[in-house]
Design a protein around this ligand. Structure first.
Ligand code: DLL
Length: 435
């Protein structure tokens, strides 16, 4: 038996979906043109006006929006409703320059929570379930999104937020949690903690909704086996609302994109050319039902493959594969989005060199980050004690910037291997993406 939150929409005919998309695209485009100066000038620069876009066929005429636009327009430049109509923000981690702030009207929140409710019901969720949300609350979208979705389904919702494993496990056992929402790495950690404590027979989980970072099929099988549940992937990003942009169904073979709210394209990240379905490319989303922050042709930098093969769950929304990589250098470490340039900024501000290397690894379920940086000639003549002091200062500055702990080693000048081409700044040993 399939479980839907909004069956008529989720199983609508392709023609119907297309009709909704055409109509909503035109409406949203007029909305941003009329209410947002940044959009208007961007479209004018490309020589396009709302009248030139009559349906999805014309989408290619619009300029892309990138993270650089978000940075340039920070903080309010891409908001398309008056401040008085907006009642929530969410944000990514990072410094001001890299931080993304998303704005929501009440309508935007409703739509977002609906999408998360679809994800929960596709994972088998009902009113009878106890849903434990261990994504972070606060600025991060994970907690708010799944919390809102779970309340819409009518499940008993436990707003746990992340961390405090002891308390997580106590609630899980005492309240007999049936659905777990968290990052896949935290799910693995919880699984290990449950086994270590010998409480596996007191756990009643049937499903897990895991996303916000890349994870492999091997990880899925491992979590499913250890926790005795079905593990579903969920995708999203702050720029588009947060979790729930796409979600997995009982087939567990890719995520349905909520096409009544988004139009998806895949492009060649180098040329920007739109690719045919089935080809691996960067996903570009156009939000067609949002009021406060409707991004048009937003380049996610996430690489995936789309498929419109009919799905046994009955949903007609296109499916995206698991994320296969990124077209930029963003890393997700301990659930936090990290750009190597942020680390470089800290190193330079601390008077160190830009000869550095970042090594990311995973021991068991915990990510680690090691930053090796070459000392300056001045530091080279310093005492060992002074160098340790400097390492401590860098660790603390990185913690302030990124919110996570990194190990820092200041090494001798010229000891980091030089590459002949581009410097190899990042070595990620975690192998998170399936080939
Ligand atoms: O991670 C939203 C989210 C919360 C999704 C909870 C799912 C569950 P950001 O912090 O803005 O938002 O990070 C967005 O995370 O561009 C991807 O690179 C990555 N990402 C998100 N979901 C997945 C996933 C949230 N299921 C960035 N698989 C995105 C792989 C994912 N990567």
């Amino acid at each position: 038996m399939q479980n839907y939150y909004q069956k008529e929409i989720e199983t609508a005919s392709r023609e119907q979906l297309r009709a909704w998309q055409d109509e909503r695209l035109v409406k949203t485009l007029n909305h941003v043109w009329n209410n947002n100066e940044y959009y208007r000038s961007k479209m004018k620069a490309q020589g396009v006006e709302p009248g030139d876009v009559k349906s999805c066929e014309d989408l290619w005429k619009l300029p892309f929006i990138t993270k650089d636009d978000l940075r340039e327009a920070y903080p309010y430049g891409l908001m398309s409703m008056p401040l008085s109509a907006c009642n929530k923000i969410q944000s990514t981690s990072g410094t001001t320059g890299k931080r993304v702030i998303a704005f929501y009207t009440q309508h935007d929140m409703d739509v977002w929570y609906d999408m998360c409710a679809r994800a929960i019901m596709a994972a088998g969720g009902t009113k009878e379930d106890v849903v434990q949300v261990c994504y972070g609350y606060g600025l991060f979208t994970g907690g708010a999104g799944l919390n809102g979705g779970s309340e819409k389904v009518g499940s008993l919702t436990l707003p746990m937020s992340s961390g405090n494993t002891e308390r997580q496990l106590q609630f899980m056992v005492d309240l007999q949690t049936t659905i777990l929402c968290c990052t896949p790495s935290y799910a693995s950690y919880l699984a290990e903690s449950i086994i270590e404590r010998g409480i596996r027979d007191q756990i009643h989980l049937k499903a897990g909704i895991f996303g916000a970072e890349a994870w492999t099929e091997e990880m899925r099988h491992d979590i499913e086996e250890k926790l005795g549940l079905k593990a579903y992937d969920i995708y999203g990003l702050t720029e588009l609302c947060g979790p729930g942009v796409a979600f997995e169904c009982s087939e567990q073979s890719g995520m349905h994109i909520n096409e009544d709210h988004f139009i998806i394209e895949t492009i060649d990240p180098k040329t920007g050319k739109v690719l045919p379905e089935g080809e691996r490319g960067e996903m570009v989303f156009t939000a067609i039902t949002k009021e406060a922050f409707p991004l048009m042709r937003y380049r996610t930098k996430d690489i995936a493959i789309l498929s419109r093969k009919p799905c046994s769950c009955g949903r007609t929304f296109v499916k995206m594969s698991k994320i296969l990589g990124r077209s930029d250098d963003m890393l997700i470490i301990k659930g936090v989005n990290v750009f190597p340039s942020q680390i470089e900024q800290v190193l330079l501000a601390q008077g160190l060199t830009s000869n550095y290397q970042i090594v990311v690894d995973r021991q068991g379920t915990t990510d680690s980050i090691d930053v090796l940086v070459e000392m300056t000639p001045e530091l080279f003549s310093d005492t060992v004690g002074a160098i340790h002091q400097k390492e401590k200062a860098v660790i603390s500055a990185l913690k302030d910037m990124l919110g996570i702990m990194a190990n820092v080693s200041i090494v001798e000048p010229k000891s980091i291997v030089r590459s002949e081409g581009k410097a190899v700044r990042v070595i990620d040993k975690r192998k998170l993406y399936n080939a």
